[in-house]
Design a protein around this ligand. Sequence first.
Ligand SMILES: [Zn+2]
Length: 277
Amino acid sequence: MNNSVRQGVYIFRGNTLVVPSDTADSRLQEEIPLQKAGELRGAAFESDRFEIDSVDGSGPIQGASVSLKAPLPQDWKAVPMRHAVNLMTSDGFMADGFGPVGRLLRAFHIAQWRKDSSFCGSCGSPNRDADTGELARQCPACGRLEFPRISPAVITIIINDKGEALLAHNKKFANRVYSLIAGFNEAGESLEATVAREIREEVGLEVRDIRYMRSQPWPFPNSLMLGFAARHAGGEIKPDGIEIEDARWFTRDDLPELPGRGSVARSLIGLWLEGKL
Ligand SMILES: [Zn+2]
């Protein structure tokens, strides 16, 4: 990464990434040069500015949130971040936090956290940036520190004794996509227990040999997706009808529509297709 790129800024507007209109899909993860970003001053560019460390040694990251109230100038566009992530990772799995995509995801996560931590969660006073040298907000009234929140969620590929994988259609999924069973970790629960509980609740199966495989930051708004594999241990498929509309065992040569290539779900399915699970 060269210096000119580091002199840039990521700009957000609500859940969207703000870029010049002529930005190609393949360049969405590039920081916008500060001089160019200056065109947004009239759109309340200064509504929130921040600079944070990268986590991969690639240098500081600058971010800004512009107001949802002010219209964007002509020649700028707002791309929904979920769509941007799909576009940026269309050629393969995005590993945890590397390169420009990782920088963008980190900036987006922090931009949202800054908005959500504007006020102290204990006494309601306006927070300010902590002066402790940490990435934290601090309440000037009661001293409460608030760090960026990361919410762990698990996603699991279940394999049966015939080598088939369980794929499920969630009501929230677009089209007829079939993916893996996923859910949030509950307070006081190990990740392995989350895996077993979500599978029991959503499709009525018991599993064994729960193994951690890989992870992916998922800042919508603050998840970390933890990918697991497990073996079917008992029970017949029984979709809960609430989240899961349909779930079936699939063979490698008879697949439904799969989730996007950048997702941890698709990556786990890929391991199974390659015979690695
Ligand atoms: Zn307080």
